[in-house]
Design a protein around this ligand. Structure first.
Ligand SMILES: Nc1ncnc2c1ncn2[C@@H]1O[C@H](COP(=O)(O)OP(=O)(O)OP(=O)(O)O)[C@@H](O)[C@H]1O
Length: 308
C-alpha cells in the first residue's frame, strides 16, 4: 500500500531523511516510532504531498506519489500533529465544507458526513459548534474529516498527543475499527505502550533512517532475549550509576530521570550480586526488576543508548 524507496530530504545542510526505505502492506496499522527530530513528520508530509523530497520514490496504492499529487490526494487522509479547526462552524458544517472540496454536496454530503460523525462517536454533537467540543472530540472530528473522500491510507501524525487516557482509548478503538474495515494506517506517536496495543507492525526511525521494521513479534524478538533490568533510584544516584557502569556484565545503560534501563548479560546470581553491590555502595533504590523485552525498551535501546 505504501512503499518508500531511498527517500532523501535536506533542510539547508541538515539531513532530515537519509535514504529512508519503508514498506507498509494493506490493512496494516504501522507504528512509526522515533525520537524528536528523527524525521517522522517530514516523511509523513512528503507522503501526503505537502513537502517536496530531494530524491527517492513514494508509491501509494500503485500511484507514483511524488509525481501525481492529484491522484495521491484521493488515496490518502492526512491528519497533522497541529491542526487548524474552524471554530465558528458547527461540526456538521465543518464536515460538509470538506466534503464539498471533494465534490460531495447536498444530500449525499449530509449522509456521508453523518455516517462519519457516527463512526468517530460524534453523532450527537453534529449541531455543536467546533469550539464547544473537547480536545479529544476536535481530534476525532479532524479524523472524520480526513475520511470524507474514502481514502485507502490514513496518515496520522501523533493522533493521541494532548489527549487524556479516556480520549486515547476512544481514538484507539476507532482506529482499530477502521483497520478491521480495511483501512491501512500509518501512525506516529511517542506514546509507545499505546502503539504496542494498537499496531500490527512498527518501525523505528532515527536520524532519517529506518533502523528496524517488522511485525510487533518480529520487532520485540529482533534483539534476542534482551530483557532489560529496570531500576528506580531514590537517592545517591551517582554511586548507583557508577556501580552499574563498573559491573562487567553491564552492556548498555539508559537513564531517564531516576529510572535506569540496563542491558545486562549476567545470570541471576550476577544480577543479585549487582543489586547487593548497589546497596552496599550506598545507592537507595525502590525497585529492581528484569522486564520482558518490549517495543518501548527496544526503542530506548536503539535511540537513547549509551555505550558503556
Ligand atoms: N521546515 C524545516 N526547516 C528546517 N528544518 C526542519 C524543517 N522541518 C523539519 N526540520 C528538521 O528536520 C528534522 C526532522 O524533523 P521532523 O519534524 O520530521 O522530526 P519528527 O521525527 O517528526 O520529530 P517530532 O517527534 O519532534 O515531531 C529535525 O531536525 C527538524 O529540526
Amino acid at each position: 500500500m505504501l512503499k518508500i524507496n531511498k527517500l532523501n530530504k535536506k533542510f539547508g545542510k541538515h539531513t532530515a531523511l537519509d535514504n529512508l526505505d519503508l514498506n507498509i502492506k494493506e490493512h496494516e496499522i504501522y507504528g512509526f516510532v522515533g525520537p524528536n527530530g528523527a524525521g517522522k513528520t517530514t516523511t509523513m508530509k512528503i507522503c501526503a504531498g505537502l513537502l517536496k523530497a530531494d530524491s527517492g520514490e513514494v508509491w501509494i496504492d500503485g500511484i507514483d506519489a511524488l509525481n501525481n499529487n492529484k491522484e495521491l490526494k484521493k488515496k490518502i487522509g492526512y491528519m497533522p500533529d497541529f491542526f487548524g479547526v474552524y471554530d465558528n462552524l458547527k461540526a456538521i458544517e465543518y464536515m460538509e465544507f470538506y466534503a464539498s472540496i471533494y465534490g460531495i454536496n447536498g444530500k449525499e454530503a449530509r449522509k456521508v458526513c453523518m455516517e462519519l460523525l457516527e463512526a468517530v462517536q460524534l453523532k450527537e454533537h453534529y449541531d455543536s459548534y467546533v469550539d464547544s467540543l473537547s480536545r479529544g472530540m476536535k481530534q476525532r472530528l479532524c479524523l472524520a474529516r480526513c475520511l470524507v473522500h474514502g481514502p485507502k491510507l490514513l496518515i496520522l501524525d501523533e493522533p493521541a498527543s494532548g489527549l487524556d487516557p479516556r480520549a486515547r482509548v476512544v481514538m484507539k478503538d476507532i482506529l482499530k475499527r477502521l483497520s478491521n474495515e480495511g483501512m491501512t494506517i500509518l501512525i506516529s506517536s511517542h506514546i509507545l505502550p499505546e502503539l504496542v496495543q494498537i499496531c500490527t507492525h512498527a518501525g523505528v526511525i532515527e536520524k532519517g533512517r529506518l533502523v528496524i521494521s517488522g511485525s510487533m513479534e518480529e520487532i520485540t524478538s529482533a534483539r534476542g532475549n534482551a530483557r532489560p533490568i529496570v531500576l528506580k533510584m531514590v537517592d545517591n544516584q551517582e554511586a548507583t550509576i557508577r556501580i552499574i557502569k563498573e559491573n562487567p556484565y553491564t552492556r548498555k545503560i539508559t537513564i531517564l530521570d531516576n529510572v535506569v534501563t540496563l542491558l545486562f548479560s549476567g545470570n541471576e546470581e550476577e544480577e543479585a550480586s549487582l543489586l547487593s553491590s548497589i546497596i552496599q555502595g550506598g545507592g537507595l533504590i525502590s525497585s529492581f526488576t528484569r522486564e520482558e523485552s518490549s517495543l518501548e525498551t527496544l526503542f530506548l535501546q536503539i535511540t537513547h543508548e549509551e555505550e558503556t
